[in-house]
Design a protein around this ligand. Structure first.
Ligand code: GLN
Length: 409
């Protein structure tokens, strides 16, 4: 399976990379910012580069300053006094952290349940480590109205129960969800937790968008539900928190029984993460509260979300308002394009959404990501109805995108 199908196919991010698209195309595709990290965070990076120790290997667990900062930041959120030696692991981005968990825990043929659509990296990360992905749908909104809210993407808990087999090892929870923007409710997480307890499953809780939960909605951490700490690994990311996606600084918070084997895997995969930027991420977490950084950032993202959603309001196309993350799903099934358009080979042979997104990028001038990439091959057709637009861009860029998107009318 490792060398079959999607796992070794070209990834969507490099197909829709800005470099492949016209220079004046506005990039709302891959989720990275067009603004820098806060100055007080980059200054900490510059400081770190000037001293000797942070230019060298860090402890495979991560530099102690960042682990301490993570302890201070997460202990109140998880209602426990985290131990920096055994319950915190700094990774090379959230992605490598999750990969290392799979490496540490999956035996050949172990099944990993993921809600579909799913962040595309999960699939190859599971299969490369011998695991078998099992998909449980997030059912799309059924109403005929143009606007729906991300919580209208729903889980059928009988389907989830039926997906569990004697080989199930783990459930991946992703809240706020990429690409849907769904923020899982306490009730949904309690039901997932109950099944994890009943069938003795691990939970990988990918919460990299935890600082982007809108409208006063509650971000519930499944690790805080009764009995769940012992079986949950919580995943976080400096890239999302501090607009620094290229830094590749992420972290895992989990009990020693999960961190210890994952550390062994991570040590052999990367040995340690990028050292100087760990100091900068630490500075970010240390000062965030005093500077009210996450509150300010959330207000900015709320405005960005509004600009993009308003642009969609005028198009007569259906879309999902995200309650979290920085993605909006637009229903592109009614967007027409000539089938003989000069599409690149990388796009031909993929779903209709790949062609639609390419056409929108080249003719309308705004790029997005085709959502069939977030479905397994068998269910890809469901995803072909959608394009994902990222609003982690400055307001000027989003306003220009809104003007261009009007051409979709
Ligand atoms: N998390 C980013 C997104 O969804 C992309 C990450 C990646 O390129 N692998 O846009």
């Amino acid at each position: 399976r490792l060398k079959e199908g999607r796992a070794l196919a070209q990834d969507v991010w490099s197909i829709f990379a800005a470099a492949n698209l016209p220079a004046d195309c506005i990039n709302l595709g891959q989720g990275y910012m067009n603004f820098p990290p806060p100055k007080w965070v980059t200054e900490a990076a510059e400081e770190a580069l000037k001293s000797v120790a942070p230019n060298h290997y860090s402890h495979p667990r991560g530099r102690i300053r960042l682990r301490e900062a993570l302890k201070q930041f997460y202990s109140p959120l998880l209602n426990r006094d985290l131990d920096v030696e055994s319950e915190v692991l700094v990774t090379s981005g959230a992605n490598e952290g999750q990969y290392s968990v799979f490496t540490a825990f999956l035996e050949h043929g172990d099944e990993v349940i993921m809600f579909e659509p799913f962040f595309d990296q999960y699939l190859p990360s599971v299969t490369f480590n011998g695991g078998t992905p099992v998909y449980v749908p997030l059912h799309p909104p059924t109403s005929s109205k143009l606007q729906s809210v991300s919580n209208e993407w729903t889980i059928d808990f009988d389907e989830l129960r039926r997906a569990i087999s004697p080989r199930t090892k783990m459930i991946i929870v992703n809240t706020p969800h990429n690409p849907v923007g769904k923020v899982f409710s306490r009730e949904e997480l309690e039901k997932i937790a109950a099944l994890a307890e009943e069938f003795n499953l691990l939970i990988m809780s990918d919460e990299v968008y935890d600082c982007l939960v809108f409208d006063g909605k509650e971000h519930v951490r499944i690790a805080t539900l009764p009995g769940m700490w012992d079986r949950t690994v919580t995943v976080g990311s400096a890239g999302k928190a501090f607009a620094a996606t290229g830094w590749r600084i992420g972290w895992l918070i989990a009990p020693p029984s999960i961190i210890q084997p994952t550390l062994a895997a991570s040590t052999r995969i990367i040995f340690c993460s990028n050292s100087p930027l760990q100091e900068a991420a630490a500075a970010g977490l240390e000062q965030a509260k005093e500077r009210r950084f996450f509150e300010t950032q959330l207000a900015e993202y709320t405005e960005r979300r509004k600009i993009l959603c308003n642009a969609f309001d005028d198009l007569g196309l259906k879309y999902t308002i995200p309650e979290g993350s920085y993605f909006v799903l637009l229903d592109i099934s009614k967007v027409k394009f000539p089938e003989d358009y000069p599409f690149p080979v990388s796009v031909l042979g993929r779903g209709r959404d790949f062609r639609a997104c390419w056409f929108i990028a080249t003719e309308v001038g705004v790029s997005s990501i085709p959502v069939s990439e977030f479905y397994c091959e068998e269910h890809a057709q469901i995803g072909e109805a959608y394009a994902r637009f990222a609003f982690c861009k400055d307001t000027e860029t989003l306003n220009s995108a809104a003007v261009k998107l009007a051409r979709l009318k």
